[in-house]
Design a protein around this ligand. Structure first.
Ligand SMILES: Nc1nc2c(ncn2[C@@H]2O[C@H](COP(=O)(O)OP(=O)(O)O)[C@@H](O)[C@H]2O)c(=O)[nH]1
Ligand SMILES: [Mg+2]
Length: 326
């Protein structure tokens, strides 16, 4: 798959099919970007101008808190409101990825067969790894197909999830009361990326207490004020995803956050930061590839010299660059 060549014409054709909402083309497009083959860049180049209109919502939290159930219920709520929904599941244990227990599979049938819903799980299918990047690249494919809301489910753990969160406009952090003391120990980083907090499984004991603890923690956090002064305080919502309780208020909160981003200028500022990040990353990679193409042998020889302490890494880097520029 990695070495598969497509060529410009076929990319255009694939892009047209994606724009027309052809489900197999969307799936093929995502596989292509996952493979990070050269043709993937060409496809993204065609799709990029058509993307950027959807509301991208990251749904993150520990395994088992009910993210997939929530995404399923939320997608149904959006469908009731007439919006088309794309779902990208990055959680490797997600029922979307096929490793479902029976209950999950029954649940997912609610969405199966609805042309207004597109579900895709990002497996570790990419040849070069980089799940966060593959996900960021999959989003414009789904956007170009005209889905108005894109729900991205990820397991809230490490750096990759923070990166995925950076690709979202609105981040929903999901917790469950069963986590007991863990709520107190909630990772500060996770709280920082949350635009909306959901205490799922509110049919279980401890939901009120968990919500109160979260409220108290949020009250300690500095206010979030956008460039034009409009402030956002992350709401804490109690939800029972399995019974679709609290889902309409969540959809409402998501809408309000999107409006806040627009009104406060924060959305534009985030887009600017995102554009800079993506461009810088692409530039770093292109420079590195160009350098390697020219200086691979010199690089290897210099590694030996650094190993033998004939030269330090900083001086060596300067020398390699000077030689490559000549
Ligand atoms: N009691 C209760 N169980 C729930 C609720 N939401 C999800 N679950 C259950 O929690 C388990 C994990 O849900 P899942 O959506 O797969 O969690 P994920 O790993 O975060 O995606 C499943 O057995 C769900 O049926 C809820 O609101 N209440
Ligand atoms: Mg899941």
């Amino acid at each position: 798959l990695c070495s598969k060549r497509w060529g410009r014409d076929r990319d255009m054709e694939l892009a047209e099919l994606i724009a027309a909402g052809d489900r197999r083309a969307i799936a093929r497009g995502i596989s292509l970007v996952e493979s990070q083959a050269p043709a993937a860049r060409e496809l993204l180049a065609v799709l990029f101008p058509r993307a950027g209109r959807a509301h991208i919502v990251g749904i993150t939290g520990a395994p088992g808190v009910g993210k997939s159930t929530l995404v399923n219920a939320l997608a149904q709520e959006y469908r009731r409101r007439g919006a088309r929904v794309g779902i990208i599941a990055v959680d490797p244990s997600s029922p979307f990825s096929g490793g479902a227990i029976l209950g999950d599979r029954i649940r997912m049938r609610d969405l199966a067969g609805d042309p207004g819903v597109f579900v895709r799980s990002m497996a570790s299918r990419g040849c070069l790894g980089g799940l966060a990047r593959a996900t960021a690249d999959a989003i414009p494919v789904v956007e170009a197909a005209g889905f108005e809301t894109i729900l991205v489910e990820t397991v809230g753990a490490g750096q990759a999830e923070v990166e995925i969160a950076q690709a979202a406009h609105t981040v929903v952090v999901v917790l469950s009361p069963g986590m007991g003391d863990d709520i107190q120990a909630i990772n500060a980083g996770l709280l920082e990326i949350a635009d909306i907090l959901v205490v799922n499984k509110s049919d279980q004991d401890g939901a009120d207490q968990a919500a109160a603890v979260l409220e108290a923690m949020l009250n300690l956090a500095p206010p979030r004020v956008g460039p034009s002064g409009d402030a956002w305080k992350p709401p804490v919502l109690k939800v029972i995803a399995t019974q679709s309780v609290g889902i309409a208020p969540l959809a409402q909160a998501l809408e309000e956050h999107a409006a806040h981003l627009e009104r406060s200028g924060q959305g534009r500022q985030n887009e600017q930061a995102r554009a800079a990040r993506e461009l810088h990353q692409a530039l770093r990679e292109a420079l590195w590839e160009r350098f390697l193409a020219q200086a691979r042998n010199a690089l290897e020889a210099t590694v030996q010299r650094v190993r033998d302490r004939q030269i330090d890494p900083y001086t060596a880097a300067e020398q390699l660059l000077r030689d490559a520029e000549r």
